[in-house]
Design a protein around this ligand. Structure first.
Ligand code: TXA
Ligand code: MG
Length: 542
C-alpha cells in the first residue's frame, strides 16, 4: 500500500478527512501519542486498524470526539460525574468509559457494552475530527506490543506501507497515553494512569479506586477490567529489566555486566547519568523530580535504545509516587514486571555442562548457608502441580497429556526436531518457572538468606542470567564429564559425547561468568568455593 505523508495544512487535513470518510486509515497527532484513526462507526474500517497494528481483537479502541456535545452521539446514560470531569479536563488526556450507543459497532469496543471516549486537546486532532464529521476510533499508532509513537519518525517505522496516510504533527507534548477512567462505577475506577494524574482526579472526585492491574502483574486467571492490561506492552526488542535500589549499587551491577561483554543499555534519570557513563550506553529520560519530562521522553528513549541493539536494557523506574504513576505503569509493563532488587539477597546463577559437577557445588553452597533452587526439580514440580502451566501446555501440545499427567518424554520427542515447537515450549515453561523462582527468592530474602543460588541448565537461554548478580560456572575436562555421564545415566559414550557437544564450551563460560569452579580432579573444589563465598559476602555457616 502506498502511504501518503501529509502535513498539517488545511489542504492535507481535508484530504485526510476524505480518506477517513472513505473507510481509510490515517495516523494523526494528539497531545498524548500519535493515534491510528478510522471512522468509529464503520466496522470494516475499524477492522483494518486491528490488522494494520496486529492488535488482538479483544482489546477495545478509544473513540475521539471534538467536543463534549458529541459524546451523546456515541454514549447513553451519561452520569453527571462525566460532565464535571469533562469541564475540568477536556479537551485533554482523559478517556472516560461510558455506556455505548448502537451506532458504535461491537468491533470498536471489542464486544464490550462501554466505550472509551476522549476529546484531545491537540488542535490538529480536533480539526481532523471536525472535518471528518464522524467520531474517530484510534488506538496508539504503534505496531502492537511496541512503544507508543510520540514522533513522526516512529509512525514511519511502524506503519509505512500499512495505512493510507501519516500526518506529521511533530513531537507529542505529553508523551504517555491518556488516563483511562471507568465512570460507570462508583467511585470511578482508574484503569490506566496517563496524562491526567491521579492527584488531579482525586481533587475533583474525592475518591478514586485504582485497579489492581495498574501497578502489579495480573495473575493469568484474574478478572481483567481493561483488556489492554493483559498484554506485554510498550516493549522494545531487547529485554527490559528494572533495577531497584541505590544508583551506586545499580552502577556497580551494570559495570560488572558490561565487563563481561554484555551489551547493556541503561535508561536512567538525568541526575544519575554520570554514574553509568563509564559502564555502558546510557540515556536519560528526564529528571527524577519532573514527572512531565519523564512522561514526555519515555517512549522515545525506549525506541532510541532499540536502535543500539543491546543485549538488555536496565531501567531505573520511579515507584510508589502518584505523580509518576503513568511512567511506572508503562515501564513495568515494558519489563514484563522483571524487577531486580539490588539489595539482599544476592542472586547467584549456577551453570555448567552435564557431568561437570554442578549438583555438588549447589549442595556445597547450601551447606555454607545459601538458599538453593534446582530449576529442573522446580520444573517437575510445576508440571505436576501448576494448573495454569498444564492448561497452556495442553492447549499447545494436546498429545503430551496422559492419565498420569504431563509426559515429559513425549514433550521432548515433539520438540526434538522442531524449532518452532521448542520455542513455544520454552515460552510457556520459562514464564512460569521464572516467576516462581522470583517469588521463592523474594521469600528467601524475607526469611533472612543473604545469598540465593539457582541451578539452571538453561540459565542463558531463559534470559535469567540477566537478573543474576553473579554467575558461577562449573567446568571439567571432557573425558571426566563423559565418564560421569556414562556412569550416572547409563548411556553410551557416543550419546554422552553428543550431549556434551550440544552444550556451551568452557570458553563460553570463561567469557560470560564471574567465577569458574574447576572440578577436574586436581584442583580441590572446596577451597575455590570458600573464596567465591567470601567474595559474595557470605559468612561461614550463616
Ligand atoms: O492517549 C491515548 O489514549 C491514545 C491516543 C491516540 O488517544 N490512545 C490509546 O489507545 O492509547 P490504545 O488503544 O492504545 O489504548 C486504549 C486502552 C487499552 O488499554 C484498552 O484496553 C482500554 O484503553 N479501553 C478502551 N476501551 C475500553 C473499554 N470499553 N473498557 C475497558 N478498557 C477499554
Ligand atoms: Mg496502545
Amino acid at each position: 500500500m502506498n502511504t501518503r505523508h501529509l502535513s498539517t495544512s488545511n489542504e492535507d487535513l481535508l484530504l485526510a478527512a476524505h480518506l477517513l470518510q472513505q473507510g481509510g486509515l490515517v495516523a494523526f497527532p494528539t497531545e498524548t501519542v500519535y493515534g491510528l484513526g478510522a471512522c468509529a462507526t464503520n466496522a470494516k474500517a475499524v477492522q483494518k486498524i486491528f490488522e494494520a497494528k496486529g492488535r488482538p481483537a479483544d482489546n477495545p479502541l478509544i473513540v475521539h470526539v471534538s467536543c463534549w456535545e458529541d459524546v451523546s452521539k456515541v454514549c447513553c446514560n451519561i452520569p453527571s460525574v462525566a460532565r464535571r470531569l469533562a469541564e475540568k479536563f477536556w479537551p485533554g488526556p482523559l478517556t472516560m468509559l461510558l455506556p455505548k450507543q448502537f451506532v458504535i459497532p461491537d468491533i470498536t469496543t471489542a464486544g464490550l457494552s462501554t466505550v472509551g471516549v476522549r476529546c484531545p486537546s491537540n488542535e490538529i486532532a480536533r480539526k481532523l475530527i471536525q472535518l471528518t464529521g464522524i467520531p474517530i476510533a484510534a488506538p496508539s499508532a504503534n505496531r502492537s506490543g511496541r512503544p507508543s509513537p510520540t514522533e513522526f519518525t516512529h509512525l514511519v517505522q511502524d506503519l509505512e506501507g500499512r495505512v493510507d496516510a501519516l500526518i506529521d504533527g511533530g513531537s507529542c507534548q505529553v508523551g504517555v497515553e491518556s488516563t483511562v477512567l471507568d465512570v460507570t462505577v462508583s467511585p470511578p475506577r482508574l484503569l490506566r494512569p496517563g496524562g491526567v494524574s491521579l492527584n488531579a482526579l482525586q481533587a475533583v472526585l474525592g475518591d478514586v479506586q485504582v485497579d489492581d492491574a495498574v501497578l502489579s502483574e495480573l495473575s493469568p486467571d484474574a478478572k481483567v477490567r481493561s483488556p489492554g492490561m493483559k498484554y506485554r506492552h510498550y516493549a522494545p526488542s531487547a529485554p527490559v529489566i528494572i533495577l531497584r535500589g541505590s544508583v551506586k549499587d545499580a552502577a556497580a551491577f551494570v559495570a560488572r555486566k558490561a565487563k563481561k561483554g554484555l551489551r547493556c543499555a541503561v535508561l536512567c534519570y538525568q541526575e544519575e547519568i554520570s554514574f553509568f557513563q563509564k559502564a555502558s550506553q546510557c540515556l536519560s529520560y528526564g529528571s527524577q523530580n519532573d514527572a512531565q519530562s519523564l512522561n514526555h521522553n519515555l517512549f522515545s528513549a525506549l525506541r532510541t535504545m532499540d536502535t543500539w541493539n543491546p543485549d538488555v536494557i536496565y531501567a531505573r523506574c520511579p515507584e510508589g509516587n502518584s505523580e509518576t504513576m503513568a511512567v511506572e505503569n508503562r515501564l513495568k509493563r515494558a519489563a514484563g514486571f522483571r524487577i531486580l532488587s539490588l539489595q539482599s539477597p544476592c542472586i547467584v546463577g549456577l551453570t555448567g555442562g552435564s557431568g561437570a559437577g554442578k549438583t555438588y557445588v549447589l549442595n556445597a553452597l547450601r551447606r555454607r548457608g545459601a538458599f538453593t533452587l534446582d530449576a529442573d526439580e522446580l520444573y517437575h514440580d510445576l508440571l505436576n502441580n501448576n494448573l495454569l502451566l498444564k492448561k497452556e501446555l495442553f492447549q499447545r501440545f494436546p498429545s503430551c497429556i496422559t492419565e498420569a499427567g504431563i509426559d515429559r518424554s513425549i514433550l521432548s520427542q515433539i520438540v526434538f526436531n522442531d524449532d518452532q515447537a521448542l520455542h513455544d515450549l520454552n515460552t510457556i515453561t520459562h514464564k512460569h518457572i521464572l516467576s516462581t523462582i522470583r517469588e521463592r527468592f523474594i521469600q528467601a530474602g524475607r526469611d533472612g538468606f543473604s545469598i540465593v543460588v539457582l541451578d539452571a541448565p538453561t540459565l542463558f537461554e531463559s534470559g535469567f542470567y540477566l537478573e543474576c548478580h553473579y554467575l558461577i560456572a562449573v567446568i571439567a575436562p571432557e573425558h571426566i564429564r563423559l565418564q560421569r555421564i556414562v556412569d550416572r545415566d547409563g548411556i553410551s559414550q557416543e550419546k554422552a559425547l553428543l550431549r556434551i557437544r550440544h552444550q556451551h564450551s568452557n570458553d563460553f563460560f570463561y567469557q560470560n561468568c564471574d567465577f569458574i569452579v574447576e572440578n577436574d580432579g586436581f584442583n580441590q573444589v572446596e577451597p575455590q568455593l570458600d573464596l567465591i563465598w567470601n567474595t559474595l559476602g557470605g559468612n561461614q555457616n550463616e
